[in-house]
Design a protein around this ligand. Sequence first.
Ligand code: G6P
Ligand code: ZN
Length: 592
Amino acid sequence: SHSRSFTIKASSSSTTIVEPEGIKITSVPTKPIEGQKTGTSGLRKKVKVFMEENYLSNWIQSLFNSLPPEDYKNGVLVLGGDGRYFNREASQIIIKIAAGNGVGKILVGRDGIMSTPAVSAANGGFIMSASHNPGGPEYDWGIKFNYNSGQPAPESITDKIYGNTLSISEIKMAEIPDVDLSRTGVTKYGNFTVEVSVFDFQLIKSLLTRSDFRFAFDAMHAVTGAYAKPIFVDKLEASLDSISNGVPLEDFGHGHPDPNLTYAKDLVNTMYSENGPDFGAASDGDGDRNMILGKKFFVTPSDSVAIIAANAQEAIPYFQGGPKGLARSMPTSGALDRVAEKLGLTFFEVPTGWKFFGNLMDAGKLSICGEESFGTGSDHIREKDGIWAVLAWLSVIAYRNKDKKPGEKLVSVSDVVKQHWATYGRNFFSRYGYEECASEGASKMIEYLRGLASKSKAGEKYGKFAINPSTPYIGNCHLSILLLFDCLKLLIVGNYVLQFADDFSYTDPVDGSVASKQGVRFVFTDGSRIIFRLSGTGSAGATVRVYIEQFEPDASKHDMDAQVALKPLIGLALSVSKLKDFTGREKPTVIT
Ligand code: G6P
Ligand code: ZN
């Protein structure tokens, strides 16, 4: 800690204090203003009143005059609000006075936006809001101050502030430029720092530092190794041993740096062990993919993006004003569609590939999107973002547990997912990947399916094809009563009525460009889908992808294992496509 010695330079109307670290602080003369007594919840007046000269500045300076300097000197203050009219101007005033009074750092929500509970997670902060009162130039503005454990300032302090507004004579303003609050990142002025964030790091830290919450991040010896420690350990105070495979290596430590149940085996084993961590995540070679796990629980990427979207507004400051729109790639399950519908958001279905989201983001139509291929992201950048997804999930879990006392049972990852299913229904989803097939057979299969789709008619029944004695599943039926029961169920429920089948084609709503032949899909009247496409990311032969999805509204069936629930539909997909005949493959190489 350093002590500040100010040198005072006289000037005509104001005094400039040259501070050792280089920021100039101006002492602006002022006079007391009547009526600045805080009400039940901070100071609220019409916008016009706050815009009068020094009205806001007087109150903010009086507040600093009321606090013991050790409470804020070189400390961190949070600044956020509900995005109402005058918040932008007010933010700049508050930042300058805070710096002028020796605050070390201000954490601001992007565009100054952050909810009251989010600010409350910090040790001291300003909330620019008149809560439920109307906003706009003719209406209300307000400011609240939350004290060191995040609670609204007690009367002992608000009385002092009021007293000081009646005797104030100077405002200490730092001479720094306006801070661009639309750009996330850190700006330094001497020893004073302004950080504009997407996430509420205080909230996440409050979760990661709990003794009853354990976090595990597997960097898979790839690029996120360089980010994991600075972000999760240094900044958010997770314990150092929560990071595994954190050193980037040329051969990824002999691993295959793809975060899924097959290749992130170390993490999966840890998460499924007795007394394993509460939250697990991994990222891929270049850091854009992610996998999210709970204790003995896997969150499918399709569910993950839907759950982030459903919780974004309350848990992530960046989305405080509500997401603009949602989007997924075609093979990704329809879980996100249901969230969009419920929240009344515009929704887009694009072909596989992140490039299709960018135009929608640039046009201001899309905030949150994801793909079944372990990509999740938002319009803060134009690529999917593995660490972002982990921070988004940590935000959701932290938000749900912010009031939990030590010893109280926490809301877990699986609780969040199951509650989501109970509200929206569950989209059972699985992807079968057949890697390195001979290209010829794989292409012929897609051609065959394309032909089938083009000849298909709505109303056709598909279920009966599922009963194919040559599939290993049927072959095993006699092995147990349980499997026999499954077979009977297959016979009964295996009746899928076709709604339509096609080869997906997409017209970009922004520039009108068309992408065709993006995957053959069979969509049934109950919302079930089977989809076939060839991977565009392999390096040898062809990788066939089969995506299987079935919607289940009945919560009593949500606990079923996806592979069990989807068995009839998987059988149907394999028989419809004649996959074994075309590729010679009995089994997929990767199931996600
Ligand atoms: C890359 C792209 C993703 C895409 C995925 C599909 O990761 O960035 O946007 O979803 O590939 O891979 P696939 O192997 O199915 O073509
Ligand atoms: Zn990647």
